[in-house]
Design a protein around this ligand. Structure first.
Ligand SMILES: [Zn+2]
Length: 112
């Protein structure tokens, strides 16, 4: 994938995430229910596919994050991130985005 196409892909994903965040913060209950029914299965399916690709191999390494000369022990950062966002983060409900102080909003992390 060339750099331009990679940038287009990253921008499209970020815009989609921004749109979903905006809906979560501002949509009325009926719209939110409709979006949840259509988007939650897509998001869970996406997480499952991503996590399957990062499942430990027979040596206990992540096949996606390892290189020939540099093995990466599982669980890799993708699994740790999934746990942080899906399990740990789920224990403490976060206030709506517009109610959080500006310093609590996470900056957009650059995608390698
Ligand atoms: Zn991995």
């Amino acid at each position: 994938m060339d750099e331009t196409l990679g940038q287009v892909l990253r921008d499209a994903v970020r815009e989609r995430l921004d749109m979903l965040s905006e809906l979560a913060d501002r949509a009325d209950a009926t719209s939110l229910l409709s979006v949840a029914r259509s988007e939650l299965p897509r998001l869970t399916e996406g997480w499952r596919a991503l996590l399957t690709a990062h499942e430990a191999d027979e040596k206990g390494n992540c096949p996606e994050c390892s290189s020939r000369w540099r093995p990466q022990k599982a669980p890799c950062s993708v699994w740790r991130s999934a746990h942080e966002h899906l399990v740990s983060g789920a224990l403490a409900p976060r206030p709506a985005r517009h109610l959080r102080p500006a310093h609590a909003l996470r900056p957009v992390a650059p995608v390698p």
